[in-house]
Design a protein around this ligand. Structure first.
Ligand SMILES: NC(=O)c1ccc[n+]([C@@H]2O[C@H](COP(=O)([O-])OP(=O)(O)OC[C@H]3O[C@@H](n4cnc5c(N)ncnc54)[C@H](O)[C@@H]3O)[C@@H](O)[C@H]2O)c1
Length: 437
């Protein structure tokens, strides 16, 4: 890829559109509002906290990423979005029960001013929800047109210089790409015919790409991982990334598994189970939506451990993932992992991980970073799939001929090296250098 000669400066306001204004979206929005007022810290965000080493270790040159490369600042962000329920961001945050009143009260008015636009919702893709705040239209093409009008109006009314979008909507039923996804022409015909192969989320992605709005997919369902979307993004010069935010259990998996593999320790089995009680958990009770999640969660170990290269260590690995909806837990999920590893001469050992995590607290900084980095990509004229953002995803979307990289530390190296490359700095490699920074 050719290095951009210059990156357009982040002048003016940046609109951040979040289709699906539930737990993750409102935790992100409220967090940014609190941080802007000095009432919270952006823990977990690379764009706000991380540094980047330049040159040799002895150079002692380690600026903050945001001082090294021009990024939109938190003060420049303006939030909007769509939902199939009419609650404003304050009401939705109360409903989600992620943040406590001590965090919601000081920003109540500001949150109340963020009201979702009507969503596009064909219920067959998300079985457990019954939306009331929805658009009507003759066919799916008409729905895309309405979403495009929403984007233009949002941009105009808020006097925005640029807009990005991050899907925070519910997980849809598993639907692999079909003939309708083969090209722009087949997809557009499919929109006119309201083809059942085109899910709600794909209508949002299509509208964004058409409007030149960079798009990230935080859910596991297929939204842009098909030839027609790749073609449209290339044609319009739009950046996109996906899919499924890497939080909770998969984050742990992609931290631990590279470690076992680095030491050439064998793994006989990995059993992961979760209980969670938020709306996401309720949606995932549906077997179709669970299938989407299972596919992204199961793929991780196969790519990480390369069983074909190491058949004696990982060839017989038994990997199982379970998710159970358990309302008393709300957004505070519990994820257990039982890992059966083996060492020298095949002697077995066990590792148990019990992660009492807060999903949306882990997801919010990812949404923020994706919005800010996608805007950077767009200003640098990088279009198509942004693999350097794989760091944030359970199931990174990659060019059709490549396989995804899941190792969190390789992903981080790729992310930081892309930033170095954008600024004309030498990339760091593991050769004679510190590996990760
Ligand atoms: N929280 C995490 O750690 C995490 C990690 C990975 C992926 N995700 C994914 O992120 C997404 C959001 O998670 P959440 O916990 O905020 O869920 P949530 O259920 O609280 O919010 C999702 C929102 O999307 C809305 N929605 C559904 N279909 C829509 C449509 N067609 N148009 C507009 N809005 C629509 C729902 O009404 C709901 O308000 C889910 O798909 C989830 O699987 C979350």
């Amino acid at each position: 890829m050719k290095r951009p000669s210059e990156i357009a400066p982040p002048v003016g306001k940046l609109g951040v559109l979040l289709p699906g204004m539930g737990a993750v979206a409102t935790t992100t929005i409220a967090g940014v509002m609190l941080i802007r007022r000095g009432l919270g810290e952006p823990v977990g965000s690379l764009t706000q906290n991380a540094t980047i080493r330049l040159g040799k270790r002895t150079d002692n040159n380690t600026p903050l990423i945001r001082d090294f490369i021009p990024l939109a600042s938190l003060d420049q962000l303006v939030f909007g979005g769509w939902d199939i329920f009419p609650e404003n961001a304050y009401e939705a945050a109360k409903h989600a029960k992620v943040l406590e009143d001590r965090h919601l009260d000081p920003i109540r008015e500001e949150l109340e001013s963020v009201r979702p636009m009507k969503g596009v919702f064909y219920p067959e893709y998300v079985k457990r929800l019954n939306g009331t705040h929805v658009k009507t239209g003759a066919n799916k093409a008409a729905m895309v047109e309405q979403l495009r009008e929403d984007i233009r109006r949002f941009k105009k009314e808020n006097d925005l210089a640029r807009v990005v979008a991050v899907w925070c909507g519910s997980t849809e039923t598993y639907l692999p790409p079909a003939a309708v996804h083969a090209s722009i022409a087949t997809f557009e015909q499919g929109l006119l015919d309201s083809d059942p192969g085109i899910a709600n989320s794909q209508l949002y992605a299509w509208a964004c790409l058409k409007e030149g709005v960079p798009f990230a997919n935080g859910a596991p369902n297929i939204m842009v991982d098909f030839p027609a979307a790749f073609e449209l993004a290339r044609e319009r010069g739009v950046a996109f990334a996906g899919k499924d935010f890497k939080t909770g259990q998969t984050l742990m998996k992609t931290i631990l598994a590279p470690g076992f593999k680095a030491r050439m320790l064998g793994i006989a089995g990995w059993f992961s189970t979760n209980i969670l009680g938020n709306r996401d958990g309720e949606v995932l009770e549906d077997p179709g939506s669970f299938k989407s999640k299972e596919v992204t969660k199961l793929g991780v170990l196969d790519y990480l451990l390369q069983p074909k290269l190491y058949p004696k260590l990982y060839g017989d690995l038994y990997h199982m993932v379970r998710i159970n909806y358990y309302p008393p837990r709300g957004d505070s999920k519990e994820g257990w992992d039982n890992i059966d590893i083996f060492g020298w001469l095949g002697y077995p050992m066990q590792i148990k991980v019990d992660f009492l995590c807060r999903d949306s607290i882990l997801a919010a900084p990812i949404v923020l970073d994706l919005a800010i980095f996608l805007d950077l990509a767009q200003r640098a004229n990088l279009s198509g799939v942004q693999e350097w953002l794989s760091f944030y995803f359970k199931s990174p979307t990659v060019a059709p001929t490549l396989y995804p990289e899941h190792d969190l530390f390789i992903q981080l190296m790729k992310l930081k090296n892309t930033l170095r490359w954008l600024r004309g700095e030498e990339p760091l490699t593991h050769l004679g250098h510190e590996y990760y920074d």
